[in-house]
Write a protein of this length. Structure first.
Length: 69
């Protein structure tokens, strides 16, 4: 149920807001990978969660671009 709410929230956002979310998610992923490399990361499952969220955001962006054409 959590992911459906996240996806519905993404669908309600504009293209600019989605781009900002994508940039922030990529920065978070970079920071998580850096923490993992230095053995400071406690919850390693968060990396996979952020990767999947990035894919979800990119999917919504693509869908919006195709409907705009």
């Amino acid at each position: 149920m959590k992911t459906k709410g996240f996806v519905n929230e993404l669908k309600g956002k504009s293209a600019d807001e989605l781009q900002k979310d994508l940039v922030s998610a990529k920065k978070e992923l970079f920071n998580l990978r850096f923490q993992n490399a230095t053995n400071q990361l406690d919850n390693t499952a968060r990396i996979n969660e952020v990767r999947k969220n990035i894919a979800r955001i990119q999917t919504i962006i693509t869908q919006k671009q195709r409907t705009a054409e």
